[in-house]
Structures are given as C-alpha cells and as structure tokens.
Write a protein that binds this ligand. Structure first.
Ligand code: SAH
Ligand code: SF4
Ligand code: F3S
Length: 473
C-alpha cells in the first residue's frame, strides 16, 4: 500500500530546522534579505499547509512580498480538485518566465495536490522549464532540505509520487491572521467519491493525536485567536484510525473546555457519518459555532449512489431535521455538483427540489469536472456542456435568491459578531462574522478588530449582511 501512516521523527524535523538555520546564516552574511511569495490555490487545508511553508521560509531568514517581480523564491501551492483550478495554476506558473528573465536567481517551486498526480508532475518537468522544484503534500515537512538541494545543485529537483501518508507534528507556522486560525486535525480521505481526486493526492485518513490537537488549540487561544477552524476532508471520521477511543464529538467537547472566549468551527462533515452525537456536542458546547457545512452533492438517490456517497436523499434530510431540532439557529451550507456523468434533467430537478426543502444559507456549486484516474472520469457522459450550464445557471439563480431571503431575515436583529479585519473600503470598513459564519460588513473603529461585539443588522443581500456596532447608536 503506497499510503501508510508515517509519523516523522522529531530528530528529522530538527534536522530540517537546522537546515533552515544554515540558510539563515548564509543570508545574513550576504547582507541582503531576500523575499518570498507563497501563492495558494484550493481549500483551507492548502491554506494551512502554506502557513507551514511560510513558517519554514521565515526561519530561513526570508521576508515576504506579494509582488512576483520582487520575489527571490516563489512557491505555488496547487489544487487538483477541478480542471479549472489546474488551468489557472498552469497559466500563472507559465507566466513566471517573465519574472525569471528579470531575476535569474529566482527559484520557483510548485507543490500541493496537482503535482502529486504523476501526469501533472511529468507535464511540469517537460513543458514548464521555469520550475526548479516540485514536491507533493507528503513532502512538505522536508521543504528546507529540498529547497537547499535545488539551490545548491542548481539542478531541477522533482519529488513527486509515490509517497507515504505522513503526519508531521511541530512544524513552524507563520499564520496569516491574528483573529482566525486553521487547525488541521487529520489528513487524507478514505471515501473515494467517484468524481474526486483528493484521496489519490492526499492519501488515506490519518488523524493527529487527540492531545496534540487539543494542545495546539490551547496554544492558539492563549495567543489570542478567537476563531479556530478544525480542518479535515471528513472531520466526522476523526480518530477512527487511532486507538485512542475518542471521536470528533469528543474533540469538540475537549476544545470547548479550554478557558477563554473563542469560537470553534470545522470543515468538512460528510453526511454519511454526521451523527446525533456530533449534533448534540455542537448544541451543548457554547463555544462551537452553530454552523455545519454538509455537502449534499446531489438530490437524486441514483446519482448519490453513482457518486459513492453512502447516503440517500431521505437520510440526508433526516440529518438536517435532527440537527435543526437540536439547534434551531443552525446555519447550513453545502456543495453541489451539476452534470455528473449520466445525470438527467429529472435527477437535476431532484437537486432543485432538495434545495427548496433545505433552504441553505449558502451553497457552493460546481459543474462536474472529470479528473484523470477517478471512476467518474471513465463513465459515459452524454449531456452536452451547454445543457449542464443551463441547469447550473438555474441552480445558482435559485440558490442566490434563497441566500438573499435568508439574509433579509437578519435585518432588524442584533447579532453577536466577531470582527475579523479591515476591508480597506468605505463606508463598510470592517468585516465580521456571525456565530453561524455569515459575513457582516460593519462601520466602526479598527480597535474593534479581534473583538466579539453586538451588531445591529440593517441590510443584507445574497452574499453578506450589513450593520453597525450596537453601542454606536
Ligand atoms: N471533503 C469534502 C470536499 C472536498 S472538495 C467533502 O467531502 O465534502 C470540495 C467540493 O468540490 C466537493 O464537495 C465537490 O462538490 C466539489 N468537487 C470535488 N470533485 C469535483 C469534480 N471532479 N468536479 C466538480 N466538483 C468537484
Ligand atoms: Fe473527495 Fe469525497 Fe473525500 Fe470529500 S469525502 S474529499 S468529496 S472523496
Ligand atoms: Fe484541492 Fe487538494 Fe484541497 S485537491 S481542494 S487543495 S485537498
């Protein structure tokens, strides 16, 4: 089996840090601080990985920039989930030839899910000469070593598949914000939904140890973070691969027990194993946000079976009813795929009726994208793209209307929100989130950033709410 759990020994990680310090000394001796740019595509898991890459890069003595022409090191952390994401990456990587022509010392690294696919690693090797270093998600922990090899040898370094499913504890992290933090609790996925590339590029499920996760959460709370998102492709199966006898609901309860005023969020829950135990933990833990992202993918039992989702429409709807009965204020969001191979208009109409029944607060909608090596990519797919696009447009239009209706219901209410940043735009100069994760544009002083405040909501549309701090009136 190519993917087994491998815990990286502390001594190995120590060695990576030593390499960073060696690089740092050389940089210090050169008298010029080089700059790095880390560009991230894809999901929050990738955002979290990029924060670890930045942690290493900062240890090496680099500063950071957003300008590719000012950068001495560019790391592109890629996503493979849909063709569109890959095309964007390839376009942007190809365009780096200009930056490299200006600065021949520039080192370009491409990492992440896209290059864990053998055909993509090959494509970059052959057709993207601008790329100096390629490594997959399982190699991230030894970025310093790979970087050094590419720099010292001035040869292209390719560390692509196959690889093991690693769990590396204690990597340095440079977090992007001071209010919200990502916390990976597990890696990989065992579900093999027939359309999805993730299990192939991220490997089998590996949970981090319970105490390690709780300790990291405690550290984040102590450092002042107010909004902690627990990450995994399917957080509901957290702990199944460990012998610790504790599951995701136990984890929420343990983190809820950490003293302090903060919110616990999580992504993503698979409907197959969203249990009453989880909903009860959410309902009973006052720090757990009353929001669940529960991707349904389709409203048709036949398509759900073809997708290998292991639940049917009725089971899903029962879960939603149960969750809402325990948490009346629950915010519910989802993902939907339109145009799965063999989907008919009748199947699609089942999806339309499901969204009427559930009335999601927000939906993420995608047109099916065949991914090389997955089962669905080999299924007959007779419906033309234009037809899928029409269905998609119908879905999006209705989804947007429902979101706007949901948001309109907030107008005139007072909400406890967490102010998480400045927008740089007037007059709605602050952004905030409700407990359920709805975006609120606020007018107020920047000293409110990082604080929970009451806000009076006075407007709303499909995408956001608008409001003012309650005591500002
Ligand atoms: N682990 C998460 C989803 C990760 S991918 C889960 O199971 O819910 C995020 C979303 O991308 C999926 O929920 C799905 O809606 C969409 N997606 C994944 N593969 C896709 C494909 N091949 N084509 C179109 N959409 C896809
Ligand atoms: Fe992909 Fe399914 Fe795993 Fe989600 S649960 S990452 S959609 S295989
Ligand atoms: Fe994309 Fe990899 Fe996340 S494929 S969605 S970046 S796990």
């Amino acid at each position: 089996m190519a993917y087994k759990r491998v815990e990286i020994p502390r001594a190995e990680l120590e060695r990576q840090r030593e390499i960073c310090f060696g690089i740092r000394e050389r940089i210090a001796a050169s008298g010029r601080r080089p700059l790095a740019l880390v560009d991230t595509y894809g999901c929050q898991q990738n955002e979290a990985d990029s924060e670890e890459l930045r942690g290493y890069i900062e240890l090496m003595g680099y500063g950071f920039t957003d300008d590719e022409n000012a950068a001495d090191l560019i790391v592109v952390n890629t996503c493979a989930v849909r063709g569109h994401a890959e095309m964007r990456v390839l376009g942007n990587v190809g365009a780096l030839v200009h930056a490299k022509a200006r600065n021949p010392g520039l080192l370009v690294a491409v990492c992440g899910c896209m290059v864990q696919q053998p055909h993509m690693a090959e494509k970059i090797k052959k057709s993207f000469r601008v790329v100096d270093l390629v490594f997959g998600p399982h190699e991230l922990w030894r970025f310093p070593e790979l970087y050094k090899r590419a720099r010292d040898t001035r040869r292209r370094v390719f560390m692509a598949p196959p690889s093991e499913g690693v769990v590396a504890e204690g990597l340095p992290v440079k977090r992007s914000g001071s209010v919200k933090a990502w916390l990976s609790i597990m890696y990989g996925c065992n579900n093999f939904c027939t359309y999805c590339i993730v299990p192939y590029v991220r490997g089998r499920e590996r949970s981090r140890r319970f105490d390690d996760v709780v300790a990291e959460a405690r550290g984040l709370v102590e450092a002042g973070y107010k909004d902690i998102t627990l990450l995994g492709q399917n957080v509901n199966s957290y702990g199944r691969d460990l012998d610790e006898g504790r599951d995701f609901a136990d984890l929420i309860r343990a983190i809820n027990g950490i003293p302090g005023d903060f919110l616990i969020r999580f992504m993503t829950s698979h409907p197959r194993d969203a249990t009453e135990k989880l909903f009860r933990a959410m309902a009973e833990c006052e720090k757990c946000a009353k929001h669940i992202h529960l991707p349904v993918q389709s409203g048709s039992d036949r398509i759900l079976r073809e997708m290998n989702r292991h639940y049917g429409r009725e089971k899903y709807l029962e879960e939603v009813r149960l969750a809402r009965s325990l948490m009346p204020e629950l915010v519910l969001t989802t993902d939907i795929i339109v145009g799965f191979p063999g989907e008919t208009e009748a199947d699609f109409n089942e999806t339309m009726s499901l969204i009427e029944e559930v009335r999601y607060d927000a939906m993420f909608t995608f047109i099916f994208s065949p991914r090389e090596g997955t089962k669905a990519a080999a299924m007959p797919d007779p419906v033309p793209r234009e037809e899928k696009q029409k269905w998609f447009d119908r879905l999006v239009e209705r989804a947007n209307e429902i979101s706007a209706e949901k948001h309109a219901a907030y107008i005139g209410t007072r909400q406890r929100v967490l102010v998480d940043g400045a927008t740089g735009r007037s007059p709605w100069n602050l952004s905030a989130r409700t407990n359920g994760g709805r975006l609120v544009h606020l007018k107020g002083g920047e000293e409110l950033i990082g604080r929970f405040i009451d806000a009076d909501i006075n407007g709303g549309n499909t995408w956001a709410l608008y409001g003012v701090p309650a005591d500002a009136e």
